[in-house]
Every structure is written in structure tokens, then in C-alpha cells.
Design a protein around this ligand. Structure first.
Ligand code: G1P
Length: 289
């Protein structure tokens, strides 16, 4: 079995929690320190061996595909001025020509529907899904890399999970766990946003998936689930028992950047790790007591 070469990035959300910023900036381009959320997801995917990216955008979000253009004019000016550090940053984040394909989700019918919009590009291959709102931080062993390593041994479908507080289970896709071995758990069931007190565990899907292409046909049936949306969780649940299905408990930091507090915390956490700005941020935090 070989690794995973293609990743789907559902980036069509309206980002209403970040208004007014998201009137003209896609939420996936909001920075954490100096990198857009989208770049973190792309970097994580590249570290896992992904070479092809499918952006599932929406009306008004063309800037996401533009982000991957080569900024020719800017590069010329930086070269003239001898700005080697800035040129290096641009070079490191540039993807190969043709590596990014963008498609549209024409109506906001749910995450499952967004993934299904990528079906023609994915074809008959296993694929990854990364939700860029979720910044999963483990620079030496990024989440998707951990998952690909598990996938190469187990095959089938692998999703990343983390424990969340009991009072938050109704915000996530929640795992009904089967037998486990260390950080790997067999998936017995999956339920999208269970009511409080009815969740089978506190293990939540945190926006990273390795899926077999058969999930696309299930999504294509268009069944509505929680919130009246076509849910990825429901389609995945139908694969259980037909294909191997495992959850990997992610070992690393998770920042929910779809949430304002989570986004601010992510900025602070990553800033503190930086050599250039960490000391100033640490000193300011200490001065606040
Ligand atoms: C989506 C998924 C959910 C998952 C979550 C992770 O929910 O439907 O299963 O746990 O992402 O962030 P959303 O946050 O889009 O409501």
C-alpha cells in the first residue's frame, strides 16, 4: 500500500464568527502570527506526503485560489532590494505548478456535501480531508503524518480524534470506540453532534480524515443529518463494518481557530515558541500577571 497523494480542503464557510474581518478576508486567510490558517493545513499535508490539493471554495472566496499564485511583481521588488529572508519565505510556501485545483460548493449544504464536490478530482483514490480551522500543532510529527503512518499499517479509513470536555461533545463528530491499542482505536460508530448526556465517548473528530473513495457514493445520496446538513460523519459511519475504520488519538496541541478565543490563544501559543517575537510576548504576558 502506498501513501496518500491528494487532500481536500473544504474552505467554503462564510466565517460569520469573524465579522467584520471576513467581509473581505476569507477566514482561512486569517493569520496565526504571520501565516494564514490555510498555509498551516497545506504545510501539514505536505509533511505527510500530499502533493495535490483540492480547494472546495464558495462564492466570494476566489482569494483562496489566488493565494497560491506566484506573486511575480512582489518577487521582483524583493529581489531588487536584496530581501533574501522574505524571498525564502515565499519560496518555501510556494506549491508546484498545477498542485492546486479549486472547485466550488454552490450551496452551503454541509461538510459532507463540500467533500463530495471534490469527487471528480479525487477519483478512485484514497484521500485526506483537512479542515483548516483546526490548527493541529506538532511540528516534529504533524497530525496527518501520524495518520498516514497508521494508514500504511492498517489501511481503510483513519480519522484523528482528541478528548474534549463533556460539555462540548455536542459541537463535534463523536466516536463510539471499539477495542483499542495505544493511540489507535477501532471505530464502532460515529455520531455527529450528539445531545449532551447521549454521547458514546468524549473522543471528538478534530478535522483530519483519511478516507476511501467509496465514501463519495454515500455522500452523493444526499441524506441530511444533524442541522439539516449533509454530514461527512454520517457517510463515514456507513463505511464502518464494510472497510477497516480506525481513530488515531492525536498527540499534539489543538487550536480551534474557528472560535475567536481559540484563534487568539493559537496566536499566543505559537508566538511564544518563536525566537523572534517569543521573548517580547512572554514579557508582556508576565507584566499582565
Ligand atoms: C465539523 C464536523 C465535525 C467535527 C468538526 C471538527 O463540524 O462536522 O464532525 O468534529 O468539524 O472541527 P463543524 O465545526 O463544521 O460544525
Amino acid at each position: 500500500m502506498s501513501g496518500i497523494e491528494i487532500a481536500v480542503l473544504p474552505v467554503g464557510g462564510m466565517g460569520t464568527r469573524f465579522l467584520p474581518a471576513t467581509k473581505s478576508v476569507a477566514k482561512e486567510l486569517l493569520p496565526v502570527v504571520d501565516r494564514p490558517l490555510l498555509q498551516y493545513a497545506v504545510d501539514e499535508a505536505r509533511a505527510a506526503g500530499i502533493t495535490q490539493f483540492v480547494l472546495v471554495t464558495a462564492r466570494g472566496k476566489a482569494s483562496l485560489a489566488d493565494y497560491f499564485d506566484v506573486p511575480g511583481e512582489l518577487i521582483r521588488i524583493l529581489e531588487e532590494r536584496g530581501k533574501t529572508r522574505e524571498l525564502q519565505i515565499l519560496a518555501e510556501t510556494q506549491l508546484e505548478p498545477g498542485a492546486v485545483i479549486s472547485t466550488r460548493q454552490q450551496q452551503p449544504l454541509g461538510l459532507g456535501h463540500a467533500v463530495w464536490c471534490a469527487r471528480h478530482v479525487v477519483g478512485n483514490r484514497p484521500f485526506a480531508v483537512l479542515l483548516p480551522d483546526e490548527l493541529l500543532w506538532k511540528p516534529d510529527a504533524p497530525c496527518l503524518k501520524q495518520m498516514v503512518e497508521a494508514y500504511l499499517q492498517l489501511g481503510g479509513n483513519v480519522i484523528a480524534v482528541m478528548e474534549v470536555p463533556e460539555e462540548h461533545v455536542n459541537r463535534y463528530g463523536i466516536l463510539d470506540p471499539g477495542p483499542g491499542d495505544g493511540r489507535i482505536t477501532q471505530v464502532k460508530g460515529l455520531v455527529e453532534k450528539p445531545p449532551l448526556g447521549r454521547a458514546p465517548s468524549r473522543l471528538a473528530a478534530v478535522g483530519r480524515y483519511i478516507l476511501q473513495p467509496e465514501v463519495m457514493a454515500i455522500l452523493g445520496e444526499g441524506r441530511r443529518g444533524a442541522g439539516g446538513e449533509i454530514q461527512l460523519t454520517d457517510a463515514m459511519a456507513e463505511l464502518i463494518g464494510r472497510q477497516p475504520f480506525h481513530a488515531l488519538t492525536f498527540d499534539g496541541e489543538r487550536h480551534d481557530c474557528g472560535d475567536k478565543a481559540g484563534h487568539v490563544i493559537a496566536n499566543i501559543a505559537l508566538a511564544l515558541e518563536r525566537e523572534d517575537i517569543g521573548p517580547a510576548v512572554r514579557a508582556w504576558l508576565a507584566s499582565r500577571g
